[in-house]
Ligand binder design. Structure first.
Ligand SMILES: [Zn+2]
Ligand SMILES: [Zn+2]
Length: 293
């Protein structure tokens, strides 16, 4: 059944436009309708602008930066068509999940994508530190850590990059705020004094820039104990008045809607009674507060 709080602002990565996704975008949207989403944000990964930022599976598929640019172009056109085809059943938003690479020009790339493709909104995520991917495998994670001199130093740089991304890109949504937990869950550095301070600074910036935090339930399907972000961060964000919205981070039909109920219970447990979503109103995208019960 459709409920107003059944919203995902991060996901819809399909096999059509993403090498590590499966199922077609149309199949994913059908699944989103079936789950009862009121709004489903599709946030494709951006095309790499330099071959050194291609993901392993893109290299294996023999894709070039030109192919990826073409694919993003196709995504944008296809998704725009689907937005209107599905509009009587579900509100689909057409977005992108931007990156922080290259570090010298990511903000320009994000702005270009937003404008050139007239996207509804942007999710800002950090998947690279020192231009090294860290959420792709434990091995990649350990390599990125070694490069920084350990987990705490890595985390401090990670949150610094999140802060720079917020200030420079001003995304509507901040993706999976404590993503490094994926390969470091339970380690004490995650909530050391200096890391907590860094998170506080990021949250202040999120609040000042009106960003919504992605309560990303994809963490659950990856075996983590709680969604991103961790309980203490949810608590802190809530005390600071930073808003949340759900993201299923779906990369297949099976992941569409999975974990959203658990995410709702998680927010309610922390005393959070509303989420903030995005919706189309008179041709523009506006924020909307939705009760969780
Ligand atoms: Zn992905
Ligand atoms: Zn992501």
């Amino acid at each position: 059944m459709s409920e107003p709080w059944k919203v995902s602002l991060h996901g819809g990565h399909s096999g059509d436009f993403c090498e590590h996704g499966s199922d077609t975008l149309r199949e994913m949207l059908d699944a989103a309708v079936e789950y009862g989403y009121s709004t489903f944000g599709v946030t494709a990964h951006p095309p790499a602008t330099d071959p050194k930022f291609l993901y392993e599976e893109e290299v294996e598929a023999g894709l070039s930066v030109i192919d990826l640019a073409q694919k993003f172009n196709d995504y944008s056109a296809t998704c725009a068509e689907l937005v209107s085809q599905y509009s009587d059943r579900i509100e689909i938003l057409r977005g992108v999940e931007v990156e922080v690479v290259p570090e010298s020009s990511f903000a320009e790339s994000a702005a270009t994508l937003r404008i050139d493709y007239n996207l509804d909104y942007v999710v800002g995520s950090v998947h690279w530190v020192d231009e090294m991917p860290f959420d792709t495998s434990q091995k990649d994670f350990d390599k990125a850590l070694a490069n920084r001199g350990g987990l705490e130093l890595f985390l401090l740089r990670y949150y610094e990059l999140v802060g720079e991304m917020i200030e420079q890109v001003r995304p509507e949504v901040i993706g999976h705020l404590d993503l490094p937990r994926l390969f470091s869950e339970g380690r004490s550095e995650l909530d050391s004094d200096s890391v907590m301070k860094a998170v506080y600074t990021v949250l202040e910036s999120a609040k000042a820039n009106g960003c919504i935090l992605d309560l990303n339930v994809g963490a659950l399907s990856k075996g983590l104990a709680s969604p991103y972000p961790a309980p203490w961060t949810v608590q802190l964000a809530s005390e600071m008045g930073v808003q949340f919205c759900f993201g299923d981070d779906s990369h297949s039909v099976a992941q569409v809607g999975a974990g959203i109920e658990a995410g709702r219970a998680y927010l309610l447990e922390h005393g959070i009674e509303t989420i903030t979503t995005l919706t189309r109103e008179n041709g523009t995208i506006v924020k909307k507060i939705v009760p969780l019960r």
